[in-house]
Design a binder for this molecule. Structure first.
Ligand SMILES: [Mg+2]
Length: 155
């Protein structure tokens, strides 16, 4: 679990957090207790919290309400347009926002395209269906290469 000091030290005021497999398991309406505690800690530290999901409003709105989060539904990640628009509307600079999610090609790419800080988290549950089957091994290869590069640089 990332401490709020991580964000504060980097001048980050706003967290855009993916829902499925980041805040909860896929399509599960009930978040884990640890997640609720983490959200409370970030909120207490003064961070602004939004759920950022490609899922439909009908799924995202009740979930966000339950957690006391603002939300962006139908986000069309990895396209950054909705994130850009939301940040502009809130008067928040891209450098002050972090995008957190479990998928490299949606969450992280979206955050990078929007110019935000990005944080890749381990998915809560590995989905064993649909196009994820294709995507996960691809992510693994890219992550392995990235980790190897970091190692090579002595980081
Ligand atoms: Mg996800």
């Amino acid at each position: 679990m990332i401490p709020s000091s991580f964000f504060q030290e980097r001048g980050i005021s706003t967290l855009l957090i993916d829902v499925d497999n980041t805040l909860t398991t896929d399509n599960n309406p009930v978040p884990h207790g640890e997640v609720l505690a983490w959200l409370d800690a970030q909120r207490a530290a003064g961070l602004r919290l939004l759920a950022l999901s490609n899922n439909r409003r009908e799924r995202v709105a009740p979930f966000a309400a339950r957690l006391g989060l603002e939300y962006i539904a139908g986000a069309a990640k990895p396209l950054p347009a909705k994130v850009n628009r939301a940040l502009k509307k809130m008067g928040i600079l891209k450098g002050e926002a972090a995008v957190i999610g479990d998928q490299l090609f949606t969450d992280i790419l979206c955050g990078r395209l929007a110019g935000c800080t990005t944080i890749l988290v381990e998915p809560m549950e590995l989905e064993g269906y649909g196009f994820f089957k294709l995507k996960r091994p691809l992510e693994e290869r890219i992550l392995r290469r990235y980790r190897a590069r970091r190692k090579g640089r002595g980081l």
